[in-house]
Design a protein around this ligand. Structure first.
Ligand code: NCD
Length: 310
């Protein structure tokens, strides 16, 4: 089952639709790795409109398209586009949707992707809108949890870092509320998960806890999802400095964790995970980033298939 015209927020997805994408993504893995050839998207063009910095998200969308025989256009530096001349987002999107078959948008303003979807004649994928949502990151996060733990539901998942401004954790928390399990939110004071999201968990009957102390809970977790403090979203540098180095996960903290506990991170990391964690059996963040390719391949194919003839 898949009936989306655009991908703006994970809130608009049913669990069955997410499962459809994840099942499709499994089949994409050999193509994503370059082990199998595919021309499924030959003749199709994807436009990346990135108004905010990105490494993984933009590269993985581009690779996903190219490995399926499609092509990409776009910009990663709006100061070199007509946006600099004052062009509105609506006009940029209207024009791009007349050139390309599908649009991927990243923008600093919450709600930008929703607005873009109203002006686009082709599917729009939200690749992050301010502190709002980042639905494709959530799809690859869920894919990673399913691949590594065998299932999404029933895990105790700790989400740590900047839970106020982090869009990846907003989308992920909502998605996990559809699957069930136990959640612990680990954040410094003032950066905890918004009430709107914990309210959703309460309505779904999902147990959750809040703490500031990562070490007090780390041994109980099946999955630890770390995040970066979102410096660019703080009102000023002083506020950021107060919480900047709240967490530093290092090897010494992993002595008593569950044997099969996995550590995830959407990346980029700053200093919240020490490099000495990278070669432990728990680290999965680079595999997680690699999973962005098959997951995005699956999503692009499903969207284009549904919108064939546009
Ligand atoms: C995240 C984002 O842009 O929200 N990065 C990503 O897409 N992998 C996380 C972040 O910037 O901290």
């Amino acid at each position: 089952m898949f009936n989306k015209d655009h991908v703006v927020s994970i809130r608009e997805f049913e669990r069955e639709e997410i499962d459809t994408i994840l099942d499709h993504a499994v089949k994409m893995v050999p193509i994503a790795r370059g082990e199998k050839k595919s021309l499924e998207l030959e003749g199709k063009v994807l436009a990346t409109l990135f108004f905010e910095p990105s490494t993984r998200t933009m590269l993985s969308f581009e690779i996903a398209m190219k490995r399926l025989g499609g092509q990409t256009i776009g910009f990663a530096n709006p100061s070199q586009s007509s946006v600099k001349k004052g062009e509105t987002l609506a006009d940029t999107v209207r024009m791009a949707s007349s050139y390309a078959d599908i649009i991927v948008l990243r923008h600093p303003q919450e709600g930008a992707a929703r607005l873009a979807s109203k002006f686009s004649s082709k599917p729009v994928i939200n690749a992050g809108d301010g502190a709002g949502q980042h639905p494709t990151q959530t799809l690859l996060d869920l894919f990673t949890i399913k691949e590594e733990k065998g299932r999404i539901s029933g895990n105790h998942i700790g989400i740590a870092g900047d839970l106020k401004y982090g869009r990846t954790v907003h989308s992920l928390t909502h998605a996990l509320s559809m699957y069930g399990g136990e959640m612990t939110f680990i954040a410094p004071e003032g950066l905890q998960m918004p009430d709107e999201l914990t309210g959703e968990l309460e309505r779904e009957g999902i147990g959750y806890h809040k703490t500031e102390d990562l070490e007090s809970v780390i041994d109980q977790l099946d999955v630890l999802y770390m995040t970066r403090i979102q410096r660019e979203r703080f009102p000023n540098e002083e506020e950021y400095e107060k919480v900047a180095s709240s967490f530093n996960l290092h090897r010494g903290m992993l002595d008593d964790v569950k044997d099969d506990m996995i550590i995830m991170h959407p990346l980029p990391r700053v200093d919240e995970i020490s490099p000495d964690v990278d070669d432990t059996k728990h680290a999965r963040y680079f595999q997680q980033a690699a999973n962005g390719v098959p997951t995005r391949m699956a999503l692009i194919c499903l969207l284009l298939d549904r919108n064939r003839g546009l």
